[in-house]
Design a protein around this ligand. Structure first.
Ligand SMILES: NC(=O)c1ccc[n+]([C@@H]2O[C@H](COP(=O)([O-])OP(=O)(O)OC[C@H]3O[C@@H](n4cnc5c(N)ncnc54)[C@H](O)[C@@H]3O)[C@@H](O)[C@H]2O)c1
Ligand SMILES: [Zn+2]
Length: 373
């Protein structure tokens, strides 16, 4: 088992990462927080798989557990669902010193985290992420949110959990497509902060695909440690935390232009990262060797093709809507070397258009690399 600390003074918390640690962790929790009531929040896919085991192990550690289950998927990240969970918390008699636990992917984590942040002005909160994306990204860092009909993640709070438990066992049942989408975020950490992580992934890609336990503990642990360090330095995204948005500028635009119906988040981010690498190469800030290495690794995951005939104008319009929120400039995080990125707000519109056209016309990672400026 690996332990990563998120260092945020009085809001610091541990992330435990391991394989088959169902018995150990609730005991550790009981030592840290006096066992009281737990409201376990999960979704209709994850609860039947792991709910029983979770409830049993929490009960054995002395917690009194009630459960609330929401439908699986993004559609549950609403104020209406949050309101149902407030009712469940009130009916369960949950008090501030009790514990709200999210068991599931980023949807359950974001929704339950938002409820934990607001119910009684904040109750103890713990995350048990069950998708690779949630394990390396959304469960760490304290961003919680629900969606509004006018936009994603518009209603939320920064609210740190007290504990995070990454049970790697749960990845066994995760659909391969979801696993690969999470892999995109893993690769992202390598590009922005750690050449060693990228090298490890590249060298042991088959083991990573086979979910080899020791490797997963190392990789997921490294990602959590990297994100924890960024969050500790910049909890509320005043500066450094923006590097986590590598690949997300164009990624979000692709998601928005396809009404969130075509890509999984990580798939759009992977395409966004590939285009960002090509932009960095074109701008002369990244070597052709590093670009080739990166695009080769992206190619192993495989770029998901856009929907047929998606107009570049739709993606650029989505990019511009985002720009308005960023005070008028589109900011791209671009790599200068593997493991080092910087923010740029002076990309030529023509350069962006060109990489986007290449990708939208069916271009693979290799085609992007060969695209001439
Ligand atoms: N808070 C943050 O910092 C942050 C960061 C990134 C993403 N997010 C949010 O995370 C959400 C996406 O998260 P996600 O990709 O985990 O999606 P998700 O929570 O919808 O999970 C994906 C699917 O996998 C199923 N699933 C989960 N774990 C499983 C398991 N172990 N076995 C089988 N099936 C399983 C779920 O039921 C769901 O159908 C988005 O809403 C996004 O906005 C938040
Ligand atoms: Zn992301």
């Amino acid at each position: 088992m690996r332990l990563v600390e998120v260092a945020l003074a009085e809001r610091s918390y541990p992330i435990y990462i391991g394989q088959n640690i169902w018995r150990e962790i609730p005991r550790l929790w009981a030592e840290r927080l006096k066992p009281g009531k737990v409201l376990l929040v999960s979704d209709e896919t994850v609860f039947p798989l792991y709910g029983r085991r979770m409830v049993d192990s929490l009960q054995q550690a002395g917690f009194a557990v009630k459960s609330a289950v929401v439908p699986a998927g993004e559609g549950s990240k609403t104020l209406a669902k949050a309101d149902q969970l407030y009712s469940a918390a009130i009916l369960a008699g949950l008090e501030r010193r009790d514990l709200l636990v999210a068991l599931g992917g980023g949807v359950v984590g974001d929704l339950a985290g938002f409820v934990a942040a607001t119910y009684l002005r904040g109750v103890n909160f713990a995350q048990v992420p069950t998708t690779l994306l949630a394990q390396v990204d959304s469960s760490v860092g304290g961003k919680t949110a629900v969606n509004h009909s006018l936009g994603k993640n518009l209603i939320g709070a920064f609210y740190q959990p007290k504990l995070v438990w990454v049970e790697l066992d749960t990845l066994v049942t995760l659909p391969q497509r979801e696993y690969l989408a999470g892999a995109a975020e893993v690769i992202k950490y390598g590009v922005i902060l750690s050449e060693a992580l990228l090298n490890l992934l590249a060298a042991r890609w088959q083991d990573f695909l086979a979910k080899e336990p020791e490797l997963l503990t190392a990789v997921v642990g490294d990602c959590c440690a990297l994100k924890a360090a960024v969050v500790a330095a910049d909890e509320r995204e005043a500066g450094l935390r923006a590097i986590l948005n590598f690949g997300h500028t164009l990624g979000h635009a692709l998601e928005a232009a396809t009404a969130y119906g075509h890509y999984l988040h990580g798939e759009a981010v992977l395409a966004g990262m590939a285009m960002a690498v090509k932009l960095a190469l074109g701008k002369g800030i990244l070597s052709s060797e590093d670009s080739a290495r990166l695009l080769e690794v992206f190619g192993r995951v495989g770029l998901v093709a856009p929907p047929p005939a998606l107009p570049a104008a739709d993606v650029l319009a989505a990019l511009n809507r985002d720009k308005k929120r960023e005070a008028g400039k589109t900011v791209f995080i671009l790599p200068e070397a593997i493991g080092r990125v910087r923010a740029f707000d002076d990309l030529a519109a023509e350069a962006v258009r060109q990489v986007l056209d290449c990708y939208l016309s069916g271009g693979t990672a290799g085609d992007l690399l060969r695209l001439t400026d």
